[in-house]
Design a protein around this ligand. Structure first.
Ligand code: AMP
Length: 397
């Protein structure tokens, strides 16, 4: 089992250089940060270490740059972080990782923060390059991972560098995420209700396989639902279908038919952007696509999610093409029902960037969910029981 930063005595932390892998992969437009939830959620770890007079070195990726591209610079992120923590405490450096950055970290004062430039400006990061890993590791005395969302990746910053530290710890944010997801995976408060939407069935099969035997109800929505409906012989028109996984879906339906709930009515259109939509029950006519769950389904799903006030509800993936207002009703209503479930006493967990955006649109705040997971992909892998290099490395001797 890994250790958490609070398990170290203050005397073991004082004056130490601490390298923290965070996930500040936020949206940056015109040089300023949009949504900053991922930054805010790292404050408990950072401020805990500031109080203990550490020298905090933050590393993260942003976007998918192919080289040093100014639009992927972390300078705007540093600005937002300094607005939160205080100008005098936060510095940003574009010094190259290696000798240059080492000189900067050696000049740091206790209780200050230095954000290094985007890790993906170095192709070595994703290659888990040994030299790059050792350069990162040479910057600090202690390693902390507070980025659950990137812990399924075996990169230098999540794995290779971490491996080289004698003291490697989990940050508070990572720990909270692991605790909630472990609870759901291994010992959920019953009943366990799972709401699964989105388009990519492939990403969700592992988690479903692991959770279906434990779940009491699995509510399927989004494009994923049409593969299930097709497997049942229902006409799905031009809806998005994943033929590669229809065999798995057919098997899941026959084994767990009493648990799996599917949409019975749909908001349909001939295309996403022609401004026209209709509601149908049952089969979807040829030439039309299902783009959201219909009113009757919203009602059934909302009752399952929000009506109980006990057990656990896990939600991953939108119920429809919610980026378009006319296909967002299902997703927004599930978000509202999640809030009701929370207030009635259920443990609720929401994962994935889309689902977060849906909560925002529904006017549901992050405080109305027991836990918001920023790592959609990572949480699905964890729930599937897959190896997480960024976590397992923390327990290595
Ligand atoms: P995923 O990454 O698998 O969670 O998929 C999220 C995406 O699925 C979002 O961009 C949604 O707009 C899209 N989506 C959800 N439902 C549908 C649908 N019925 N048809 C097409 N796209 C959908």
């Amino acid at each position: 089992m890994h250790r958490v930063i609070s398990e170290l005595a203050d005397s073991e932390l004082k004056g130490k250089k601490v390298l923290i892998r965070v996930d500040y992969n936020v949206s940056v437009n015109g040089g300023s940060v949009g949504e900053d939830f991922r930054i805010r959620m790292t404050l408990p770890t950072i401020e805990y270490l500031i109080k203990r007079q550490c020298k905090i070195i933050l590393i993260t990726h942003l976007g998918r740059p192919t080289e040093r591209q100014i639009q992927y610079s972390l300078a705007p992120v540093a600005k937002r972080l300094s607005e939160m923590i205080g100008d005098s405490k936060v510095k940003f450096t574009s010094s190259r990782i290696g000798e240059e950055a080492l000189l900067e970290t050696n000049k740091m004062e206790e209780g200050t923060v230095l954000l290094l430039e985007n890790l993906r400006f170095y192709k070595e990061e994703e290659l888990n390059d040994p030299l790059f890993s050792s350069e990162l590791a040479s910057l600090a005395d202690i390693y902390v991972n507070d980025a659950f969302s990137t812990s399924h990746r075996k990169h230098s910053s999540t794995y290779g560098a971490a491996k080289l530290f004698e003291i490697k710890l989990a940050g508070f944010n990572l720990q909270k995420e692991v605790q909630y997801l472990s609870m759901i995976r291994d010992n959920p408060d019953k009943p366990l209700i799972i709401v699964l939407g989105g388009a990519k069935i492939k990403d969700k099969i592992g988690a479903l396989e692991n959770l279906l035997p434990k779940a009491d109800r699995v509510l399927i929505g989004g494009a994923a639902a049409y593969t299930f409906l097709k497997a049942k012989g229902i006409n799905t028109g031009n809806s998005l279908i994943d033929l590669d996984h229809i065999g798995w879906v057919t098997k899941a339906l026959s084994t767990f038919s009493e648990k799996i709930m599917l949409p019975t009515d749909h908001v349909i259109s001939s295309s996403a952007d022609n401004g026209l939509a209709a509601m149908v029950k049952g089969d979807i006519p040829d030439g039309m696509m299902g783009l959201d769950i219909g009113h009757e389904t919203v009602q059934r799903y909302s009752t399952e999610v929000g009506g109980r006030g006990s057990g656990t509800v896990l939600w991953n993936g939108p119920m429809g093409l919610f980026e378009f207002g006319m296909f967002s009703n299902g997703t927004i209503n599930v978000a509202k029902s999640m809030a009701l479930a929370y207030w009635r006493g259920s443990k609720t967990l929401v994962g994935g960037g889309d689902t977060l955006e849906a909560m925002r649109r529904a006017g549901v705040s992050e405080n109305e969910v027991s836990h918001v997971s920023t790592g959609g992909g990572a949480s699905l892998r964890f729930l599937a029981g897959d190896e997480m290099p960024g976590l397992s490395v923390l327990s290595e001797k």
